[in-house]
Design a binder for this molecule. Structure first.
Ligand code: MG
Length: 432
């Protein structure tokens, strides 16, 4: 199909997502689970949080309590596994490490999903998608699907098509789907299936006659903004091919908190990265406290810049914390487990923390010998209070402490001086 050459030159976004992640991670190390109905249970083995396709075919719903399923498990051949976040965190780290080798930029979007910036002719992009899919399957042992499109929302949509239609072979490239076929596929997909459209919003959309993705694409973006929000207008524009959802560096989801930053100037030593990880540990702790959450598993990663002509590395490590915690000391110490894999001399451009196995604070009071002395003294909230009142960098733990001029922090080339809060940035008045 002929397309304007300029369209082909546009950067594209690949969305890579592990199929039934927790179930696939279990299968990666236990092939006997292959082809059998499998559910992974929530904390305390409460209810099914992930179902293999075979379990879905049995009609098992997400959130179905295990005590209801257990009596029929034998008859169905159904296998259950408790959630093993340390395993999932590590498999996730391996998948992301591998994907990091394929792209100019990688955004770890969730424990099992990433967006990657990619460029090339359609046939090259299709081949790249298949290479990534095959590499993850071969090297990590989990199946992924890939969607590639001009926007994040369309890339997610293509991924869904790749998952639901065997004809795509696991990789769907927007530019290779003929327009009539796109319309047909979008007309069959309920609007609730689109990224960012949750239950209540989809009910409201249904109320004004928007039932399918195609209905939404054909809606007037301005009317959508006026009736709903600018966020939903962006979704409509993204579905029409205009990229307007930028890269996210921090997000908290149902299952995980992701905290990552790119550095303005590369960090080239383990000592430098120790400082970065210390600050991230402290900031991630503040985020958890803010949401009333504790984490049990931490994954730390770093990446060299893919734009430069030098050796590349994407080290990552997964640490099981001694107890569910939001304690900055424990999180920082865990993040430092990445340091032995950092090689002095490489140019690291980015680092991040992913916290998983999240639960509400105080859900399970620890046995006394395991009580955490820091949490008792509320060090995390105290650090956050001081930072809020006196600014970031005014207080810190150990290596995240006060230093003059951290040179790796976020790029802020167009930021005016902090005239009123920094002695060294006070405005100067020169008398003639
Ligand atoms: Mg998935």
């Amino acid at each position: 199909m002929a397309r304007p050459a300029i369209m082909r030159q546009m950067p594209q976004i690949a969305h890579v997502d592990v199929n039934c992640f927790y179930a696939s991670a279990e299968r990666a190390f236990d092939p006997s689970l292959e082809g059998r109905p499998l559910v992974v249970l929530s904390n305390n083995d409460g209810c099914a949080v992930t179902r293999s396709p075979e379990a879905k075919a049995l009609g098992i719903a997400t959130g179905e309590p295990w005590f209801k399923l257990a009596p029929r498990a034998k008859e169905w051949g159904l296998v259950a596994r408790s959630s093993n976040y340390e395993l999932y965190g590590d498999i996730s780290a391996r998948v992301m490490e591998l994907l990091g080798r394929y792209s100019a930029w990688l955004e770890v979007y969730s424990i099992d999903e990433a967006f990657l910036g990619v460029k090339g002719e359609p046939d090259q992009l299709l081949a790249l998608g298949h290479r990534m899919k095959d590499a993850v399957r071969r090297s990590v042992g989990v199946p992924v699907c890939v969607g590639i499109a001009p926007t994040k929302t369309l890339a997610k949509l293509c991924n869904k098509w790749a998952k639901n239609n065997a004809a795509f072979g696991g990789v769907c490239l927007w530019d290779c789907v003929p327009p009539e076929a796109r319309d047909g596929l979008m007309a069959r997909l309920p609007v609730a299936e689109i990224w960012g459209i949750a239950g209540r919003l989809s009910n409201r959309l249904n109320g004004i006659g928007i039932f399918t993705v195609l209905d939404l694409v054909r809606a007037d973006p301005v009317a959508i903004r006026d009736k709903f929000s600018v966020v939903l207008m962006r979704t409509v524009l993204e579905l029409r091919g205009t990229a307007c959802i930028p890269m996210e560096e921090e997000r908290i989801g149902r299952d995980q908190l992701i905290f990552s930053r790119s550095f303005a100037t590369p960090v080239t030593t383990a000592a430098g990265l120790r400082e970065v990880l210390s600050i991230y540990g402290q900031q991630a702790s503040a985020r958890l406290s803010k949401h009333g959450l504790q984490a049990k598993v931490l994954t730390a990663y770093a990446a060299t810049s893919p734009f430069r002509n030098h050796e590349q590395a994407y080290p990552s490590v997964c640490v099981s914390l001694p107890m569910p915690t939001a304690d900055p000391l424990l999180l920082t110490k865990a993040a430092h487990a990445l340091l032995p894999s950092i090689r002095d001399g490489l140019k690291y451009a980015k680092a991040g923390l992913m916290l998983t196995d999240l639960r509400p604070t105080g859900n399970q009071p620890p046995l006394e010998p395991f009580e955490n002395p820091h949490e008792e003294r509320r060090i995390g909230p105290l650090l956050e209070d001081v930072s809020r009142r006196f600014g970031r960098g005014s207080i810190g733990l150990g290596h995240a402490g006060i230093r003059c001029g951290l040179d790796w922090t976020m790029k802020r080339d167009m930021c005016s001086p902090r005239y009123t809060t920094r002695w060294d940035e006070l405005p100067l008045v020169k008398a003639a």
